[in-house]
Design a protein around this ligand. Structure first.
Ligand code: KDG
Ligand code: MG
Length: 402
């Protein structure tokens, strides 16, 4: 038995907000877990501080599964992003400690490497198709094999995923900013953008597109059909996924592969999607889906049904989450793709990490544990700043999914 003797919840804003849990054991090991929930950071920090930390002190750090069950079943109130992000942070930190105790990277505890590197996709975007083509070319020159493509839509001032900023950051104001959306303008524009990309770069690059939950199933079916000639690797979040059956309708109409899951927090959010093979990629990730323990459960179920992983990796997931996600990516049999958007230099300095990018792949490194830490002294220099995700309205003012 090795006891947890300290548990610190660290909130820091090196360019954007992150919540990190750091656990310390009586034999001097430390472990870190990401608990960042974009725009709702303090809710998870408070859940951890008030309700979780008091139950951790004195607990056996080697009992990872039991601790997960204790926090999940013991709360009585199951699921939900706040609870599951808090559980994820504890679970991730315990895996980190287990790896350090064994002197092995966590992927060695998960069965070892199933591949040599983790194929990642980058984000190319442009205000118009010309700008976008230049960006796609830049990613391909940097060695990326897969590129997510987002383009401005004529007549719409702001479109999800399109920005001139070097670092992706949608949480742009303390009180949510608002943008205006037209499904008609969007559906009219997107196929031509992909036609131009394939005409310029040929069939080689894997192309992805994020719809960001904005369509109905029949609209998504139409989009998928119109994109079939351009052979996308996936169409992401075509519809909000609360209604899992909604995906059946999309499936009946198009062979464009479907990816979904960045807002999922348990296996129950995707159980039907996976079991009925209504999707091709499940994009849940460590921090929001209950940690390494629970995400591996999701990926194992997915493997039975020909569904691959496609973990979320936006910049609002800290390098701690990325380090943990890479341990799973490199080891599971049904890996698909990993999203990768480099963090700012300030964030990288607060979270020194062993993973690195090379020629289209991320490599988790071979450090014991997760291969990541938080510099607490530096983190303290960046106090929390309120920041919210935007909301989206139709042209007549109706609130729509963002
Ligand atoms: O916090 C929300 C972002 O992580 C999300 O908008 C990013 O859709 C996203 C993606 O695919 O990375
Ligand atoms: Mg997305």
């Amino acid at each position: 038995m090795t006891k947890i003797v300290d548990a610190r919840v660290i909130v820091t804003c090196p360019g954007r907000n992150f919540v990190t849990l750091k656990l310390v054991t009586d034999d001097g090991l430390t472990g870190v877990g990401d608990a960042t929930l974009n725009g709702r950071e303090l809710a998870v920090a408070s859940y951890l501080t008030e309700h979780v930390v008091p139950t951790l002190l004195g607990r056996d750090a080697t009992r990872i599964e039991d601790t997960w069950q204790y926090l999940y079943k013991g709360a009585y109130w199951r699921r939900g992003p706040v609870t599951m992000s808090a559980i994820a942070a504890v679970d991730t930190a315990l895996w980190d400690i287990a790896g350090k105790r064994a002197g092995l990277p966590v992927h060695q505890l998960l069965g070892g490497r199933s591949r040599d590197g983790v194929t990642v996709y980058g984000h190319a975007n442009g205000a118009d198709a010309d700008e976008l083509l230049t960006e796609v070319g830049r990613f391909l020159d940097e060695g990326y094999r897969a590129v997510r493509v987002q383009c401005g839509v004529p007549g719409l001032e702001k479109v999800y995923g399109v920005s001139s900023a070097a670092i992706y950051e949608p949480a742009d104001a303390a009180v949510p900013s608002e943008s205006v959306w037209s499904t008609e303008a969007y559906l009219d524009h997107v196929p031509e953008v992909f036609r131009r990309i394939r005409a310029e770069f040929g069939p080689g690059p894997k192309l992805l597109h994020d719809v960001h939950h904005r369509l109905t199933p029949i609209e998504a079916a139409r989009l998928g059909k119109s994109l079939e000639p351009y052979a996308l690797t996936w169409m992401e979040d075509p519809v909000p996924a609360e209604l899992q059956e909604g995906f059946r309708l999309i499936r009946q109409h198009t062979t464009t592969p479907v990816a979904v899951g960045e807002v999922f927090n348990t296996i129950w959010d995707c159980e039907q999607l996976i079991r009925e093979q209504l999707i091709d990629y499940v994009r849940a990730t460590v921090v929001h889906a209950g940690g390494i323990t629970h995400l591996r459960r999701i990926f194992d179920l997915a493997a039975l049904h020909h569904v691959r992983s496609g973990s979320h990796g936006a910049t609002d997931l800290s390098p701690v989450c990325m380090s943990a996600a890479l341990q799973l990516d490199i080891s599971i049999p049904n890996f698909g793709l990993q999203e990768y958007m480099p963090h700012s230099a300030e964030t990288d300095a607060v979270f020194p990490h062993a993973y690195h990018y090379e020629g289209g792949y991320l490599h988790p490194g071979n450090e014991p544990g997760l291969g990541v830490d938080i510099d607490e002294e530096l983190a303290a220099k960046y106090p929390y700043r309120p920041a919210s995700l935007p909301v989206n309205r139709l042209q007549d003012g109706t609130l729509h999914s963002w």
